[in-house]
Design a protein around this ligand. Sequence first.
Ligand code: LLP
Length: 425
Amino acid sequence: MHHFRYRNGILHAEDVDVREIAAAVGTPFYCYATATIERHYRVFAEAFTELDPLICYSIKANSNQAVIATLARLGAGMDVVSEGELRRALAAGVAPDKIIFSGVGKTRAEMAAALDAGILSFNVESEPELHALAEVAAGRNRRARVSLRINPDVDPHTHEKISTGRAEDKFGIPYDEAPRLYGIAAGLEGLEVWGVHMHIGSQISELAPFERAFGLMRALIVALRAEGHDIRHADLGGGLGVPYRKDEPDPPHPSDYARIVEQALGDLDLQLALEPGRLITGNAGILVTRVLYNKPVDGKHFLIVDAAMNDLMRPTLYDAHHEIWPIAEEANAGPMRPTDVVGPVCETGDYLARGRLLPALPEGALLAVMTAGAYGAVQSGTYNSRPLVPEVLVRGGKFAVVRPRPSHEDLIALDRLPPWLSSRG
Ligand code: LLP
């Protein structure tokens, strides 16, 4: 469900004609719909009403200040994984006591910044990190509230690069080692051990892996409590998938996901936290691009557009499928042919879609790459010296540029010449 619809034959973002935004900001650009972000947050929150969890939006999915502020106003907390994300959350007005710091490689400086900000809790992923956090906290006369991230060795059946809960993945503490590490943590000055954390992967399209992981979490909590640990908190991570393809069944609904959480953990009197990212912003965003050239070669058709792999990495990095919609609906009436939608970057891996059935699209036609609101702009870069693309947020009939397009001068000005190369040197 999202708010990008054809109206009078033209794709609209909520009530705004996408052509109007393209005329104002140029292409390519990311466009987000406030109504979709808010709807997804509400649907997710309502599914969990009974359990009353803290919903910490995983801001790595889309960390634009406007997106964070939209969610913060609805009461969302944030899951952050770096000092940069921590600062973004604080700058957007998120209450520190709704921020959870995850991540496999927090530096001592990052730990100190988070402690000074007064965040809710840290998710710790290894024994040395536990000692480092204890040291940093004790050195500041603070106690860091801690959950240990446990790796349950559950295969989430998603793309290899976004599976995080198998034994061979770098994340978390092996399940069997958990009791020993809780024992160590309990004895460290500077720590208050209060919870258990798991996050088994992203874009998960079945409930069974979650069910297995939460069942293991339950058993662990019961065992830890029996050993005298005061476990009051469980952070279940994110990972619930979103629909990317029109020809695939939808992933489970948040209410089905909530039911398995309730079944596994509902009677344990826990303060729950959830860290959805993609689910909130995934299909709240599109990447709008313009056709530069048509290039038929050897029985193949290349559609060369002005967005590229540096703007949306997901297709080349994860073989991800994003639907591509012409902004002018009438184009869809024409005959379809397999098309490779490619960008200007000098790599064969620079594609947004391969072998996709698309109608003939003339130079200058606008296209929307759908479901690009999560892990789109945040993973973009400036390869081939292409400035980052702007981000636009729509709300009803209004739109605002929430990250302007940097100029080429801005990009070049990030570099410095050493004294021996500058004319003044
Ligand atoms: N919590 C933790 C600890 C995480 O590592 C992640 C995502 C989330 C929550 C949010 O997961 P979500 O609800 O969004 O699935 N760039 C990849 C996805 C990487 C996910 C990384 N961790 C992609 O474009 O598919």
